[in-house]
Write a protein that binds this ligand. Structure first.
Ligand SMILES: Cc1cc2nc3c(=O)[nH]c(=O)nc-3n(C[C@H](O)[C@H](O)[C@H](O)COP(=O)(O)OP(=O)(O)OC[C@H]3O[C@@H](n4cnc5c(N)ncnc54)[C@H](O)[C@@H]3O)c2cc1C
Length: 385
């Protein structure tokens, strides 16, 4: 159901004011130290953001896709990693809300609203990223339990999570999603962090490789119950359809920050006796940046509004993610160039935007994969008689 507009504006306005007041002035310190932003996380819990899309009957705010995307945009304008802390959890909550049994919804969703029980999403493996069908992590049935073995790669929030939405291959040869409960930390009953991944950007939250050795999960934790066996890939891809709108929203948020930084700098920095904004070459750059930013935002909101109207939005979400992520990278690069030598230093925030924006091109399906998704849908929509 669509969120009441006045309520949506109030929530987004509250997040925007907080980002301006408490995030932007402090982000460089956490980001450069690659330190978890505990105080910011606590405030996000306080705002109820971890339950933002969970239905009110389970204690959440039940916000619609558009309002959530606007929140993600605001968080990313301040510090893109805050959106990352939230997003794997949101994917998990969406999967349980859509595909969980009634018992699973009752058991997990109320615990997921306040941020104390957080979810990670674990599809990728060292040899299965774009090619999700190639994954090798195995699950074998043993009475009332399943035994998991394999290595998962790129598990964002994997250490701090209490729940991992784990995709593994079950004996019929297809992929099943397991609700893996664990204690936060680097090892837990057959699960261990086998590598911490040092990243270019997206700092402050962990992305890790996790190894499963004979880790046991109750049969009751197969997402969707008996009917869910063999449907994990479909469940994951369905959640990623909305996830891609959120990646687009992240891109819009970072692009907005990069654009504003460039506008500020261009009007303050003088060369040849006048602000660089007065040089037409710089004006053209800023005009192009603003145009791409506007288009990216409109495409993102359009995909979100269609999703809220109940439409299947694979193509629109893919287009929004493709366009917004590529635009954000271009805008961040131009912002860095407009800053001249200062853009190459850690004194100014544009170096962070330049390091953060490539992630949106890669995560939840690269630009090449989005083009494949879009092309597949195009043929469905424009068949030859
Ligand atoms: C910081 C970070 C955090 C992440 N967090 C998570 C997470 O929480 N959970 C999770 O499950 N995953 C996560 N991922 C994984 C991410 O989704 C994958 O990295 C991504 O899907 C690409 O997979 P890959 O790295 O294996 O690249 P590959 O699949 O090896 O692709 C390499 C290159 O080949 C191109 N390519 C591949 N196949 C085709 C094709 N058919 N046609 C044209 N080009 C192609 C790709 O576009 C890319 O340019 C994360 C990744 C990063 C970098």
């Amino acid at each position: 159901m669509a969120t009441d507009q006045a309520l949506a504006d109030e929530i987004v306005g509250t997040i925007r004011a907080w980002v301006d007041r408490d995030v932007i002035p402090n982000v460089a310190e956490f980001e450069h130290a690659d330190e978890f932003p505990q105080a910011m996380f606590d405030q996000m819990c306080e705002f109820g953001l971890f339950g933002s899309t969970i239905a009110p009957e389970y204690g959440g705010l039940g916000l619609d896709v558009t309002t959530y995307a606007r929140i993600i945009e605001e968080l990313s304008r301040g510090f893109m990693s805050l959106a990352g802390i939230l997003n794997t959890h949101k994917i998990g909550a969406t999967m349980i809300g859509r595909f969980g049994t009634d018992e699973q919804k009752q058991r997990f969703l109320p615990r997921m609203v306040d941020g104390s029980f957080r979810a990670a999403f674990s599809l990728s493996e060292p040899d299965a990223g774009s090619d999700t069908g190639a994954l090798r992590c195995r699950a074998e049935r043993d009475g009332d339990e399943w035994v998991l073995n394999g290595t998962k790669m790129w598990v964002t929030n994997g250490v701090r999570a209490s729940l991992v939405m784990l995709m593994a291959r079950t004996p019929e040869g297809r992929i099943t999603c397991f609700l893996v409960e664990k204690e936060p930390g680097e090892s837990f009953e057959g699960i261990s962090v086998s590598k911490k991944i040092d990243k270019l950007g997206y700092k402050g939250l962990e992305t890790v490789e996790m190894a499963y050795v004979d880790h046991k999960v109750p049969h009751a934790n197969v997402l969707g119950g008996d009917d869910g066996i063999g449907h994990g890939q479909q469940y994951a891809l369905s959640a990623l359809e909305l996830g891609r709108i959120n990646i687009a929203a992240r891109a819009v948020g970072v692009a907005q920050a990069a654009f504003e930084a460039a506008m500020r700098y261009a009007q303050q920095r003088e060369t040849f006796g006048r602000p660089i904004y007065d040089h037409q070459a710089i004006q053209f750059k800023l005009a192009e940046m603003a145009t791409k930013l506007q288009a990216a935002r409109l495409m993102t909101y359009d995909a979100a509004e269609r999703a809220d109207a109940g439409e299947r939005v694979d193509m629109e979400a893919g287009m929004a993610k493709l366009f917004a992520s590529e635009a954000a990278f271009e805008i961040a690069t131009e912002a860095l160039r407009i800053h001249g030598g200062n853009g190459y230093t850690t004194e100014f925030p544009v170096e962070r935007y330049f390091r953060d924006t490539p992630l949106m091109i890669i995560g939840e399906g690269t630009s090449e994969i989005q083009k494949l998704v879009i092309a597949r849908k195009l043929r469905d929509r424009y068949p030859v008689d």
